[in-house]
Design a protein around this ligand. Structure first.
Ligand code: SF4
Length: 612
């Protein structure tokens, strides 16, 4: 058994001592998947690094034990720990691209691991490496053995990492977000593979993830972390059917799905507290809808039978329980709905035969330059006041389609076809008509930090776009509009004087939404607007987008790979593959009665909570 007991990890940061993990205990058995879940910064990855004794220089285990079949890992000399690390306990990380050495072939890297942790050498070691490449589904393993990592796709590199880790025949595997960077079809292959190998070899798996649907399909036991502590631990089926801790309940209610369509998601107000402070009461109290005065003064401990424990004062033996219901769960005010045109109204945006191709390189001696066709003749329409979701895996052309419509590719790509917005072809506009079109079609990007100028305050960021696209407005008019929109996206006016780095990820995405709304657009292209956000923050942003659509009648072209978000927010869906739309129609038809084989494969690969 791999056991962590009363583990405490501290980091020496600029802001002071950060207690990243505080009193964590868990046990992983062979043949079992133990999932450690929680939102960013809760201490999941730090737990894995502490377990492998790979903490950064600024971090240290300050209390507690880590034992492997009774052996104290924290007391082992580094030479002995090296044999455990990669030998008895393997580890796979989220980003395979950075975990593989780019200047060595994958075969060379596999041989290093096999020779370090098994008695095999020479031809026998090579045969074992090739056998593992085959087992993880790498085609032509003998040939790919001599390939460098850059010649492989993200999914193949992750499979090489798994092959390399498992070739050392570990008893336990620590997998930190092993599929987060992958498309759903590759994710399914990797998770199926891990499940098979676990059955065959009796691996004990510590699965660290923020994706509750992945956990539902894989884990037997779940521990939920919040602010450096485990706050609930339970068998997976019980955790999903009857979560006990108020945070666990809120997190599951914040997940979008078809059943919650038309209703606001339960956003969790506030943010995770900084771990530099000394906590007196419950760490979740400032955000908890059930909090009582005692919660702010008394520190709750984990209690309950082994394997089914919760850290909440009200749920302790003799406690009152969670009787009165959440008192301050975020309630989203229902704004009056904007008038939506009837089903026969002409579409707001009608795209016909859109093709986008990029020049890869110009030949030195003349002739035709090599081109890459990213989008190949796609046609779709977006109705006024509605949401069309454009879904598909990475590289399918969905972002290129969105950028072409927002006119971001005019000088970089050859664009053919038509995009009629209110009857005018966006691709043929010039001068004032082009400026009006740029105002009418706005975009929100995936990474709100990268899309905001770090040297401008929020007020300047919003004013810049407004002044450029509506030059006739006076500074006073613009200030009044900016203040109104700031409130509309749920930020306070004081925020206008702050810099982007002073906001959380969710707040930054609100600024990006405010910037798009400032110029009164008719259509907003939302390019994966919530995929970089935690579930509770995602709920806030989805609620905001729904509310703005209802209030202002704005349309969304919603680019995403997250089918649960599509189920929740979209009216219509178009599925893209390799630059083409393979299927489109009303949301319910495409998602529940797909006719195209690829759509079926894509939907079948999506992990579901109902699997719990
Ligand atoms: Fe909420 Fe109080 Fe329980 Fe903490 S102890 S989770 S504040 S009810």
């Amino acid at each position: 058994m791999l056991k962590l007991d009363a583990l405490q990890v501290e980091l020496d940061a600029e802001a002071g001592i950060v207690r990243a993990i505080d009193g964590l205990a868990l046990a992983i058995r062979r043949g079992e998947t133990f999932a450690l879940v929680g939102e960013s910064g809760c201490g999941k990855s730090m737990t894995a690094l502490a377990l492998m004794r790979l903490l950064p220089d600024s971090g240290a285990v300050t209390a507690g034990d880590i034992t492997l079949d009774g052996t104290d890992l924290l007391g082992l000399p580094e030479s002995a720990m090296r044999a455990v690390r990669g030998g008895r306990i393997g580890m796979i990380f989220q980003e395979p691209g950075t975990s593989l050495n780019p200047v060595l072939t994958v075969g060379r890297q596999m041989l290093e691991t096999i020779e370090a942790h098994t008695p095999l050498r020479g031809a026998a070691a090579r045969a074992k490496a090739i056998d593992w490449l085959k087992r993880v589904g790498i085609p032509e393993p003998e040939r790919r053995f001599d390939d460098y990592p850059f010649r492989m796709s993200g999914g193949q590199k992750q499979r090489v990492m798994i092959a390399m880790t498992l070739a050392a025949e570990p008893d336990y595997l620590v997998a930190d977000e092993p599929t987060t960077a992958l498309d759903v079809t590759i994710q399914k292959q990797i998770l199926d593979l891990l499940r098979d190998l676990q059955h065959e070899q009796g691996l004990g798996l510590l699965l660290i993830t923020h994706d509750l649907a992945v956990v539902a399909g894989m884990a037997q036991q779940v521990a939920l972390m919040y602010a450096g502590q485990i706050i609930e631990v339970a068998p997976a089926d019980q955790f999903f059917a009857r979560p006990q801790h108020p945070y666990a309940q809120a997190l599951l209610r914040a997940l979008p799905d078809a059943g919650r369509r038309g209703q606001p998601l339960a956003a969790i107000a506030g943010t995770v507290p900084p771990l530099t402070q000394e906590f007196i009461g419950c760490r979740f109290a400032p955000r908890c809808g059930y909090a009582q005065p005692t919660c702010h003064a008394t520190r709750p401990e984990l209690h309950g039978p082994a394997g089914r424990q919760v850290r909440c004062l009200l749920l302790q033996d003799g406690g009152p329980g969670l009787v009165d219901g959440p008192t301050d769960d975020a309630v989203v005010a229902q704004a009056p709905a904007a008038a939506t045109p009837g089903p026969d109204a002409p579409p707001l945006l009608q795209v016909t035969g859109l093709s986008v191709s990029f020049v890869l390189r110009k030949p030195l001696l003349g002739g035709q330059p090599a081109r890459f066709d990213a989008v190949k003749g796609v046609s779709f329409k977006v109705q006024a006041g509605q949401t069309l979701a454009l879904v598909g895996e990475s590289g399918c052309g969905k972002t290129t389609t969105g950028k072409a419509i927002v006119q971001l590719l005019r000088h970089q790509a050859r664009i053919e076809g038509q995009a009629l917005l209110d009857g005018s072809n966006l691709f043929e506009l010039e001068g004032a008509a082009l400026r009006d079109a740029r105002r009418a079609v706005q975009i929100i990007f995936q990474d709100p930090f990268a899309s905001l100028n770090p040297r401008m305050r929020m007020a300047e960021i919003l004013d810049e776009g407004l002044a450029a696209l509506q030059p006739q407005t006076t500074p006073d008019e613009r200030r009044a509009r900016i203040e109104r929109i700031t409130e509309q996206v749920g930020l306070r006016r004081e925020a206008l004087q702050r810099w982007p780095h002073e906001f959380s990820g969710g707040q930054r995405q609100r600024i990006a939404i405010a910037r798009a709304l400032a110029v009164s657009p008719k259509l907003i292209v939302c390019d994966e607007p919530t995929s970089a956000l935690d579930v509770s923050v995602q709920a806030q942003i989805l609620n905001l987008l729904r509310e703005l659509q209802r209030e202002l009648g704005v349309s969304f072209l919603f680019i995403t790979h997250n089918i649960a978000v599509v189920e929740y927010i979209a009216d219509a869906v178009a599925v893209m593959r390799a630059g083409r739309i393979v299927e489109q129609g009303a949301c319910a038809d495409v998602l529940y009665r797909p006719v195209d084989d690829y759509t079926r494969t894509l939907l079948a690969a999506v992990p579901r909570m109902q699997g719990a």
